[in-house]
Design a protein around this ligand. Structure first.
Ligand code: GAR
Length: 210
């Protein structure tokens, strides 16, 4: 069975979507480890409750991003994951972590990338007067939130929306599209190459599959 490692920093609702997808048999995989950089992440308790091994590697214990990333690599070494899922993992990763997992490292970002990499995506979409927002699952490369998109989901922005109401509309779709992308990856239908991402040998458009 394929082995998934999930990196979190907080609530862990996307992690929970993976737990549910594995339990339902939608993903033919097991979650081998949930790793948090934040010892207080609520997601750690949710993973423990599901009987999944958890560990914390606290970034505050390291003097550089590279030293932290090397500790992450060492922690995942015995796990030998087939797929590494960033699920609300709020640390910027360097090539020390990204290179060893290139092509099997996915992130979910709550914007219609390439719009709004970084933080506060929903507030920025509202302030820009956008009429739609959404979420993107992408391969991770060293460029922050800049790796090739795989799948994207859109929601309308409604009058009176706040970052919170918009986030609540988007998160529902996060939980749908992230396990889909993971399933494609575990079925070996996705590839990361110099030009971007492919699904079944066909080039995925720059906005991801909608
Ligand atoms: C999700 O909305 C995810 O897209 C976002 O953080 C939230 C985590 O929620 N990720 C980022 O902003 C990455 N830069 P969760 O802990 O409930 O899955």
């Amino acid at each position: 069975k394929a082995r998934i490692a999930i990196l979190i920093s907080g609530r862990g609702s996307n992690m929970q979507a993976f737990i549910d997808a594995c339990e339902a048999g939608e993903l033919d995989a097991s979650i081998a480890l949930v790793l948090s950089n934040n010892p207080d992440a609520a997601g750690l308790a949710r993973a423990n409750a599901a009987g999944i091994p958890t560990t914390c590697v606290n970034h505050r214990d390291f003097d550089s991003r590279e030293a932290f990333d090397a500790a992450l690599v060492r922690t995942l070494e015995p796990v030998q994951p087939d797929l590494v899922i960033l699920a609300g993992f709020m640390r910027i990763l360097t090539p020390v972590f990204i290179t060893p997992f290139a092509g099997k490292l996915l992130n979910i970002h709550p914007s219609l990338l390439p719009k709004y990499p970084g933080l506060d995506t929903h507030r920025r979409a509202l302030e820009a007067g956008d009429r739609e927002a959404g979420v993107t699952v992408h391969f991770v490369t060293p460029e922050l939130d800049g790796g090739p998109p795989i799948i994207q989901a859109k929601v309308p922005i409604e009058d009176g929306d706040t970052p919170e109401t918009l986030a609540a509309r988007v998160i529902v779709l996060e939980h749908v599209i992230y396990p889909i992308a993971a399933k494609w990856q575990l079925q070996r239908r996705l590839r990361l190459d110099q030009q971007g991402a492919t699904l079944d040998g066909k080039r995925i458009p720059a906005s991801g599959i909608n």
